[in-house]
Design a protein. Structure first.
Length: 159
């Protein structure tokens, strides 16, 4: 997951450096594809560790609704797209550190950290005028096509 968030950060760096801070449609599509990978890995971690949302959310829309509430109610960290990307990176680092710790108690309590990451990715989607359900659906279609084409393993977004 950390690698996927790193890909988002790298693409955002290029938006700042090469595109005058403007996220055009092609860039947004590329960023949302990476967000789909983050959602995939988060869902796999929830499933593998039999962890549940500490907020007891049942679907992706609830995470995005939470992010929207934070944006609308003045939670400044979520109002700026670039700050949301920074928060997303911090959340992914915390999860990665927990998973690598081999501390079973920390790993079993990872649900809250995953929830925060999912709220971060919800805010990210809002800033790109998208929603988590659509992002996840596109990601599943991408993975199904890769499976059909026998290209699940490998490198690159367009394999």
């Amino acid at each position: 997951m950390l690698g996927e968030v790193g890909e988002i950060c790298n693409k955002v760096k290029k938006v700042i450096r090469d595109n005058n801070n403007e996220v055009d449609e092609d860039i947004a599509i590329s960023l949302l594809a990476e967000a789909g990978d983050v959602i995939w890995y988060a869902s796999r971690i929830y499933e593998e560790l039999e962890s549940e949302s500490t907020f007891m959310y049942k679907d992706l829309n609830e995470f995005q609704d939470h992010a929207q509430d934070l944006i609308q109610n003045g939670f400044d960290d979520y109002k700026d797209f670039y700050n949301v990307v920074r928060l997303l990176g911090a959340s992914a680092c915390k999860i990665d550190e927990t998973l690598r710790s081999a501390n079973i108690l920390k790993i079993r309590s990872i649900g809250e950290d995953l929830d925060i990451l999912m709220i971060d990715i919800g805010a990210f989607a809002i800033h790109l005028s998208s929603d988590l359900e659509s992002i996840a659906e596109c990601n599943i279609k991408k993975l199904q096509k890769r499976l059909e084409d026998n290209k699940i393993k490998g490198n690159g977004d367009d394999r």
